[in-house]
Design a protein around this ligand. Structure first.
Ligand SMILES: *Cc1c(COP(=O)(O)O)cnc(C)c1O
Length: 329
């Protein structure tokens, strides 16, 4: 795979008509953490997650012929919304395949953008099969993470971080398929080789963590999680992100559903931000005492697409049922 800093700089120019340079704000939790904590607010993107960066860059990189035939993707919600948003801006037909695990709020947002939505099966694997079927008919598939254009787009976050703070010592990043964490880690270490980069996943069904432990992509069971955007494996035929994460991530930390629940509350009460579960996993790692760091540290707050009814329950400290488990304060 050819990914270099120049591609990432080019991507940054290519996407700026749609994606925004997001704020980097001080967290109120610096005192508790014992180091300067900064929050990169991808929650302020037009689709309320960083996925707009990769989706826009990947679509911009297609040929006119490919654009005219349309695009297809499968998604846990945020990539689909980003693809639908960028495709609409550029006048391209998009189809988004989603499993029944994707929250209704995310499905509606994608439909509202005018994309064709296919809901299939109970797992991300089912949505992948449907995506492959549509792609075999000549429609271009854009992976949510295992695509050089998508990775270069997500990696633009590293450029923005170091432009603001060249002295950054640690970057903590939510991790699922690894387009975000792998891309940022790669770019960050080209700019500042000594920077420490950590991925954070939920305890149950952490695809990249399990793959790196096994030395190859493995199937993971999918469980309902507050961090629904982190669900699913990395793909048995993973081409790019497995190698990228294995090489460039210094560590991977796992957090429990209770940690995520508490983190969503604290992020709201202390930092005044609304995050979805996946966007709060870095806060969760901090609260669980799993981040022993020194020096200026950035958390990537990756998305805000949370069902508001559920979010209000969490803020009120009410007990939630997630599949077979109950969680609360
Ligand atoms: C997709 C997503 C992630 C994980 O990104 P990967 O590139 O799959 O590792 C994290 N947070 C949110 C909000 C997401 O939508």
């Amino acid at each position: 795979m050819s990914l270099n800093l120049q591609d990432i700089r080019a991507a940054h120019k290519r996407i700026r008509h749609i994606s925004v340079t997001t704020p980097l704000i001080p967290s109120m939790l610096s005192g508790q953490a014992g180091y300067e904590l900064l929050l990169k607010l991808e929650t302020t993107q037009p689709t309320r997650s960083f996925k707009i960066r990769g989706a826009t860059n990947a679509i911009e990189s297609l040929t006119d012929e490919q654009k005219s035939r349309g695009i297809v993707c499968c998604s846990t919600g945020n990539h689909g919304r980003a693809i639908a948003f960028a495709a609409k801006q550029m006048g391209i037909t998009a189809t988004v395949c989603l499993s029944e695990l994707v929250p209704a709020a995310k499905v509606k947002a994608i439909e509202d953008l005018g994309a064709n939505v296919r809901r299939v099966g109970q797992t991300q694997e089912d949505a992948i099969l449907e995506t492959n079927r549509i792609a075999s008919g000549g429609v271009t598939e854009i992976s949510a993470f295992d695509d050089a254009g998508v990775i270069a787009g997500q990696a633009t976050i590293a450029l923005e971080l170091f432009e603001r703070r060249f002295d950054l010592q640690n970057i903590i990043i939510p991790l699922s398929g690894g387009g975000l964490a792998g891309g940022i880690a790669f770019a960050a270490k080209q700019i500042q080789p000594r920077v420490h980069v950590v991925g954070v996943s939920m305890e149950r069904g952490a695809g990249m963590y399990e793959a790196i432990r096994a030395g190859k992509p493995v199937e993971v069971e999918e469980y309902p999680s507050l961090a629904d955007a982190l669900g699913g494996g990395i793909g048995a035929n993973n081409q790019i992100t497995f190698k990228l994460c294995r090489k460039y991530l210094d560590d991977i930390i796992l957090v429990s559903e209770t940690d995520i629940y508490k983190a969503m509350r604290i992020a709201f009460q202390q930092d005044c931000i609304i995050t979805e579960g996946a966007g709060a996993v870095c806060h969760a790692a901090l609260l669980a005492g799993k981040l022993k760091l020194e020096g200026a540290t950035a958390f990537v707050v990756s998305g805000a697409n949370v069902d508001m009814e559920m979010f209000q329950k969490i803020i009120n400290g009410e007990t939630l049922r997630l599949g077979d488990v109950e969680i609360g304060t």
